[in-house]
Design a protein around this ligand. Structure first.
Ligand code: IPM
Ligand code: MG
Length: 374
């Protein structure tokens, strides 16, 4: 198979973790006999330095000509947000890409392997009930894309952000969620704030209407504050969680630490034609950028999602995921998941080993080349 991939490392740890992800992609290409033509482009602060824009036309043009986009992360250090290089960086780059390519559905899988429970902040008894869910976050509506306004009223500064949903947007993401549930455990939890917000009332109505077309899928509605609590109290109750842009942003980060770190999770953003962007949702982590300590797993698992969703290469995707699991099970830990404890109850002899970004990729590549079944 021959595919063109737009590679956009972005800012912060983006460059370091992307370099490791591309090593993995190269091995998949070689061992499975594909041709992946990767072309790099700039976005975010990195693009600003060269083009004076966070999303140059060159980058958009490359994305248009590609079969998939592999994205790192964008954004600057918190203390420098006011500088032109970083001001509105996320809105101009990643939000611009989402809007340009109409990526309305964002998949964020969250899974805890029982063997890796030592790196989860949850108690073993909670994890043992099984944690395996996927967030289906609506990505083009809500206060992200409604009007943003900062103004002065009666001598006081005021700011508003309009949170808008129309019924088609809600119906579209609801269909995505119900279809996803059919491939999993047939349960959808729709999360909203229908006790307060009008757009949530509409959301709930439309999701309920769409659910009639999926009588085999169980639908439950949950208020977002309760959901935040349930995610920590008993995450085993969730299969597919469908929610709004803003709630999805917050809840998926909360859920992302259940497996131990944001650095472990990948995401896919798809439009209705199936074109996709793959990125770790964890952010540019400027505080550790350049130290070589970032966890490359999220970026590597984003490659796996790209292989599966954009290229239908299931065996290749699974091989990458198994290699990641094998490296983690063998006790390899980047700093974000290092806990000074046994790697797994099942492998009593294995102690954890603190390694850097590149060494983590080395381990994953070792397992990938051996095609270990774990
Ligand atoms: C995410 C990120 C983005 C978002 C930021 C960078 C704009 O937090 O993908 O979750 O809020 O969607
Ligand atoms: Mg986020």
């Amino acid at each position: 198979m021959e595919k063109k991939i737009a590679v956009i490392p972005g800012d912060g740890i983006g460059e370091e973790v992307m370099a490791q992800a591309l090593r993995v992609l190269n091995v998949v290409e070689r061992d499975f006999g594909h041709k992946f033509v990767t072309t790099k482009a700039l976005a975010g602060g990195a693009a600003y330095d060269k083009y004076g824009s966070h999303m140059p036309e060159e980058t958009l043009a490359l994305c248009r000509q590609s079969d998939a986009i592999l994205f790192g992360s964008v954004g600057g250090p918190v203390a420098e947000m006011h500088l032109p290089k970083w001001k509105n960086c996320e809105a101009n780059s990643i939000l611009n890409l989402r809007k340009t390519f109409k990526f309305n559905a964002n998949f964020r899988p969250v899974k805890i392997l029982p063997e890796l429970q030592d790196i989860s902040p949850l108690k073993a008894e909670v994890i043992q009930r099984g944690v395996d869910m996927v967030f289906v976050r609506e990505l083009l509506g809500d206060c992200y894309f409604g009007e943003h306004k900062t103004f002065s009223e009666n001598g006081k500064r005021k700011a508003t952000d309009l949170a808008v949903y129309d019924e088609d947007q809600v119906a579209s993401i609801a269909h995505v969620a119900f279809k996803a549930a059919r491939l999993r455990r047939n349960k959808v939890t729709s999360v909203d704030k229908a006790n307060v917000l009008d757009n949530s009332k509409l959301w709930r109505q439309v999701v309920t209407e769409v659910s009639k077309e999926y009588p085999d899928v169980e639908l439950e509605h949950m208020l977002v504050d309760n959901c935040a609590m349930q995610l920590i109290r008993d995450p085993s109750q969730f299969d597919v969680v469908v929610t709004t842009n803003m709630f999805g942003d917050i809840l998926s980060d909360a859920a992302a630490v259940l497996p131990g770190s944001l650095g472990l999770l990948a995401s896919a953003s798809l439009n209705q034609e199936g074109f996709g962007l793959y990125e770790p949702p964890g952010g540019s982590a400027q505080d550790i950028a350049g130290t070589g300590t970032a966890n490359p797993v999220a970026q590597i698992l984003s490659v796996a999602m790209m292989l599966r969703y954009s290229f239908s290469l299931e065996a290749e995707a699974a091989a990458v995921e198994r290699a990641v699991e094998a490296a983690l099970k063998s006790g390899c830990r980047t700093r974000d998941i290092f806990r000074h404890s046994k790697a797994s109850a099942a492998e009593e002899q294995t102690t954890t080993r603190l390694i850097n970004c590149q060494e983590m990729a080395d381990e994953i590549l070792k397992h990938l080349e051996q095609k270990v079944l774990v």
